[in-house]
Design a protein. Sequence first.
Length: 256
Amino acid sequence: MELALEMLSDAGKHNVPRGQLVGQFKTMADSVRHWDLPAERLVGRSLYEGIAGNLMNLPESQLGSPSPSTAFVEQEKALLMGRGPIWQKRPPRGELFDYQTRTTTERDFRLMRLHCSLAVSLVALALLANAQSKPDRTLEVKLNYTGAGKVDQNHKIFIFLFDTPDFMQGNAMPIGSQSAAAKDQTVTFSGLSAATVYAVAAFDPKGEYDGMSGPPPTGSSLGMYSKDPGTPGPVNLEAGKTTHVNLAFDDTAKMQ
């Protein structure tokens, strides 16, 4: 939690790009994904993933304004401060220990969890340093929705990126998402590590889809970057460069 607070504070002071900050929190979450940790440590993983998700859903900042916004940074810091240290949990009261044994056990548990927390933090910092040493990849997707639906702040188009074409069979999770409030808006994905990605767009004309609660609802219009109809088109990204693609779609393809 202390590392997350420090990262948010540093981002607010130095205007860290949103994509870079999302990548950092995802890296921290991944670093504890396969650890055999007690429930209290798993809170850290969901905490990092939650912050990354909130950052991805932030609207684009105006030129010259802090990014992420000061209000967002303060809100996330307030939520983190309310959690308290995640390793300071007492053993269940039903344990049949006398006072001295229980006190010793609590102390051992706290030391063990503190050591585990420090080890995880060191691993996260090492992964973070390794990730930052590699140039980021950036993708700009220019939308061209020509369907009949009304696109605005309450009826957004959601754009998803995958690192494998297996999403066509439902066997992949998106590695990034953005939203657009205009039919011809350009959205930017930064801090990408994958060298090849696939872009998909979804539009719910009812405005009920939030882009996070599972797949798009039935009846949503679907679009996909493709050079051959019906086949996902790979977008090759170069490290340290920005790639541009156009994603055009209408109401022909619908979510079943």
